[in-house]
Design a protein around this ligand. Structure first.
Ligand code: SF4
Length: 246
C-alpha cells in the first residue's frame, strides 16, 4: 500500500472530532429528500487524485449532501461541478462531471485534500477541529512528493496551507494571487461554493483564469488554450476509462 493510501485509510477511521463525526452520521441518517434512496458515506473523506501530482488543491471541508453522501471529495454537489469541469478543461481530469465514486473520474497530475475531512455544521469547522485535522494535511504533503504548485480554495484553506508551510510573515488572502514559498508556487482562489458562484463573487472567467495560470506555470510556457484543449481531449478520448481509487 502506498503512502497516500495509508493516509487515506487513517483519515476514514479517524474519530478525533466528536461533533463532526456525530454530524456526518446524523446527516447520513436523515438525508435530503432528493437522496432518500441512497446510502450516505457518513464518514471522514479521504483525499482524491494522482499520487504523483504536481498540483495539490486544498479545499475547506466536505459538503453534507455532497462528499458526505458520495464518499469522494467535491463529488455530487455544485462546487464539485465547478472544480472538475475546470480541471477537465485544463487537462487535469479525464471528464468534466463528478456524480458518484464510481463515475470513472480520474485525475492526472492533480490531487485534492481538505482542511477538515468531515462535513461540518454550517460548513464551518471550528479552529480546534481544523487543528485536529492538520496532521492529515501534513501527511498528504509528505506523501505527495512531486508537488510544485499548491492551490488554496478560500481564506481558511490558505491559512491552513501557510501554517503547514511555516510561512512568515503571514500572507493576505486575495483571489488569484501567486506567492513563492521556498520551491513551491502557492496560488489562491475564492472557493467555488454556491455562496460565491451564485452571487457573482466568483465568475467562471475568474475561476478558469486561476487554473490556466497554474497550467502555464507547470508547463513553463504560455499556452494556446484552444490547442491545449483539443490535444487534451484527443488524449483523454484514447485513454481507457477504468475507475481509479485514490
Ligand atoms: S475533521 Fe479530521 S481530525 Fe476531525 S474527525 Fe474528521 S478526519 Fe478526524
Amino acid at each position: 500500500m502506498g503512502l497516500v493510501d495509508k493516509v487515506n485509510r487513517a483519515i476514514v477511521g479517524c474519530q478525533r472530532c466528536p461533533r463532526l463525526i456525530a454530524h456526518c452520521q446524523h446527516i447520513a441518517q436523515v438525508k435530503k429528500r432528493a437522496y432518500l434512496s441512497e446510502t450516505y458515506w457518513g464518514k471522514p473523506i479521504p483525499g482524491f487524485g494522482d499520487p504523483k501530482a504536481r498540483l495539490w488543491i486544498v479545499g475547506l471541508a466536505p459538503a453534507a449532501h455532497g462528499a458526505n453522501r458520495t464518499g469522494r471529495v467535491f463529488t455530487g454537489d455544485s462546487s464539485g461541478n465547478w472544480l472538475y469541469k475546470v480541471l477537465y478543461e485544463t487537462g487535469f481530469a479525464n471528464q468534466p462531471g463528478s456524480t458518484s465514486i464510481n463515475d470513472g473520474l480520474r485525475l492526472k497530475d492533480a490531487y485534492i485534500s481538505c482542511t477538515a475531512r468531515c462535513a461540518p455544521p454550517g460548513n464551518k469547522p471550528t479552529r480546534e477541529e481544523i487543528s485536529n485535522c492538520s496532521s492529515f494535511l501534513e501527511q498528504d504533503f509528505e506523501a505527495l512528493r512531486h508537488v510544485e504548485a499548491v492551490l488554496a480554495l478560500g481564506s481558511i484553506a490558505f491559512e491552513a496551507v501557510q501554517k503547514l508551510l511555516a510561512v512568515k510573515p503571514k500572507l493576505k488572502f486575495t483571489h488569484n494571487a501567486k506567492f513563492h514559498v521556498e520551491n513551491l508556487s502557492l496560488f489562491t482562489s475564492y472557493h467555488p461554493s454556491q455562496q460565491n458562484t451564485n452571487t457573482g463573487k466568483l465568475t467562471w472567467k475568474m475561476w478558469e483564469e486561476v487554473f490556466w495560470r497554474i497550467r502555464e506555470e507547470l508547463e513553463n510556457k504560455p499556452l494556446s488554450k484552444s490547442n491545449f484543449v483539443a490535444s487534451h481531449r484527443r488524449q483523454t478520448l484514447n485513454e481507457p476509462k477504468t475507475p481509479r481509487s485514490s
